[in-house]
Design a protein. Structure first.
Length: 331
């Protein structure tokens, strides 16, 4: 016969009787009436198509089928207990946090969140681009990511909660031999006529390329054509040396050998950084991340928009918007 899915309660009743070999003692251990326990055993025997116990007025013994079932039942119940424990405490589940790139703003947020919630396992991931990471969040393969949320597809954004993190001043990564490398800052007007790389062709970072295109249109800066996706610092440096284009980035981007990072000014273009996660999700690590953002932002002025800075209206609106379901305030 084909065995249907078996209710773990029936297996729990069976194991209790098999271990005690006494229906009255097993019922007391399970805090159920003996009649209810007997009904469970009869139902399990019907579902399996055979007797599990031999019952006389003097003793209870296992049948051959009962002996065969016992190790399987114990393994099923052990797995059921482990499953229940894993999801009973949200803190027991690792929170997968995409930092996009190591060593920048999101890394600092994660480090502080780990201090605030040492009982949580906050695991770093590096997906390089919110367009890609947002899809992974909605698919359940990531929990949190950071980036320019206003550049996401509206249908995707509608399923996410957002928490503003920082108005990040933008910068340009230049090779040491570039004429502008000797300056402390680079005015946007000085890049007029230049070709600057901003991830064109990388489907993971469409939100960043869109922001760059909006900025470049206003200052007659050409968007560099698509280049092969460079994975890792060494490959990124090799591709940059090969094509020679400046690279649009943010002020905290780590300098690579043979390059310098120069802040952009007049005006200061801003990259709007937000933390995003799937709406309705809850985890103590999420609360720790939000608390870390608010603490560092208050101390270092991350949410103070510089006067006269450049930022698209759609981004400015979202940066002023507190998320619909902050973990701190969920009931």
């Amino acid at each position: 016969m084909t065995v249907r899915d078996i209710d773990p309660r029936l297996l729990r009743s069976f194991v209790a009787v098999a271990e005690d070999l006494h229906f009255t003692r097993a019922a007391a251990r399970l805090y159920v009436a003996q009649q209810a326990l007997s009904r469970d055993i009869r139902r399990l025997e019907r579902e399996l198509g055979g007797a599990l116990f031999v019952r006389t007025t003097r003793q209870v013994t296992l049948t051959a089928d009962g002996e065969r079932l016992l190790p399987y039942a114990r393994r099923v119940l052990d797995a059921h207990t482990a499953l229940t424990a894993a999801f009973a405490d949200p803190a027991a589940r690792p929170l997968l946090v995409d930092l996009n790139t190591d060593g920048m703003t999101a890394s600092r947020v994660l480090a502080r969140a780990r201090e605030l919630a040492p009982e949580c396992e906050l695991m770093a991931r590096f997906e390089s681009g919110l367009t890609w990471a947002a899809g992974e969040v909605l698919a359940g393969r990531l929990d949190v990511s950071f980036g320019r949320a206003a550049g996401l597809d509206p249908a995707v954004l509608a399923q996410l909660s957002v928490h503003p993190v920082r108005y990040e001043p933008m910068a340009v990564l230049l090779r040491n031999d570039h004429p502008l490398a000797a300056r402390e800052v680079v005015a946007l007007g000085d890049l007029s006529g230049e070709t600057v790389y901003a991830g064109a062709g990388n489907t993971r970072t469409l939100e960043w390329t869109d922001l760059a295109a909006r900025l470049f249109d206003a200052w007659d800066i050409a968007l560099a054509p698509p280049a092969p996706l460079a994975v890792g610092v060494a490959e990124f440096q090799r591709v940059m040396e090969k094509n020679g284009h400046p690279v649009l980035t943010v002020v905290d981007f780590p300098e690579l050998p043979g390059t310098v990072v120069r802040p952009l000014v007049r005006p200061v273009p801003l990259s709007p950084l937000l933390m995003v996660w799937r709406s309705g999700a809850d985890h103590p690590g999420l609360r720790a991340l939000c608390a870390a953002v608010d603490e560092i932002a208050a101390r270092e002025g991350w949410m103070v928009q510089p006067s006269g800075s450049w930022l698209p209206d759609t981004d400015a609106s979202l940066m002023r918007h507190r998320c619909r379901t902050t973990p701190e305030t969920r009931a």
